[in-house]
Design a binder for this molecule. Structure first.
Ligand code: MN
Length: 233
């Protein structure tokens, strides 16, 4: 073992329903504009040519149920409710037909976003990191193994702020399906167990402020929640 100058945190993990062992996070991929109604509310046309992605550092992960401070550097912090796909097998250049075999399980996730910074970066054709790779912005509920999940499609996906429904759609509204996303990404990365994909958000995104409680769910999966605390002094 190489001696290290100092310690850094271990990568975070996600609980798995009914199991003692947790799922360790290697990478977090996120899909942009994967529901037509959300693309429209963001003022952009859906590009059916190819999906696109951004990433969050594993250190951005936080467990469902947490209270997190309102983040620095934004005045427009948005929720995005998403289906999370967790991979359980290594795949590289996998076909769409074979991609589903790589899925370990599914969960609910929130892609919390500094919308003001994301849109400012978008307008200047700059990367989205300050808008998207926000500390505590990848909120993750416990995973359910794929074998316990009926086919992805009919499930309702929804999010509430302080009990008021803000997002309400179905997984059948996904533009790029889970196997299509895994296959496409696997042509650019050696995907492996520990890699998770946040598959995009339905329409209805909006801001939260300190004191707000976000709840969300997808039929058949563990629900998710997040409480916004005050900004740090
Ligand atoms: Mn998103």
């Amino acid at each position: 073992m190489t001696d290290l100058l100092f310690d850094i945190p271990a990568n975070p993990t996600i609980p798995v329903m009914g199991e003692a062992a947790a799922y360790p996070i290697h990478r977090i991929f996120c899909v942009g504009r994967n529901y037509a109604a959300h693309a429209a509310e963001m003022g952009v046309e859906v590009d059916r040519e190819a999906p696109f992605y951004f990433t969050k550092a594993p250190s951005a992960a936080v467990a469902s149920g947490a209270t997190v401070p309102y983040p620095p550097g934004t005045e427009n912090f948005h929720y995005e409710m998403e289906l999370v796909v967790a991979l359980g097998a290594p795949v590289f250049r996998v076909s769409v037909d074979d991609a589903a075999k790589a899925v370990f399980g599914y969960g609910c996730g929130l892609d919390m976003t500094r919308r003001d910074l994301q849109l400012a970066a978008r307008a200047k054709q700059r990367p989205w990191d300050l808008g998207k790779d926000v500390e505590n912005s990848a909120v993750l509920a416990p995973l359910t193994r794929a074998a316990s999940v009926a086919g992805i499609g009919p499930q309702r996906i929804h999010l509430e702020v302080n009990g008021v429904v803000k997002q309400d759609a179905h997984l059948s509204d996904l533009i790029w399906s889970v196997p299509e996303l895994i296959s496409h990404l696997s042509h650019y990365y050696h995907l492996r167990p520990g890699d998770i994909i946040l598959t995009g958000t339905p329409a209805g995104v909006g801001p939260v402020v300190a004191g707000d409680v976000i709840t969300g769910g997808i039929d058949g999966l563990e629900p998710i929640s997040l409480t916004l605390g005050p900004a740090e002094a």
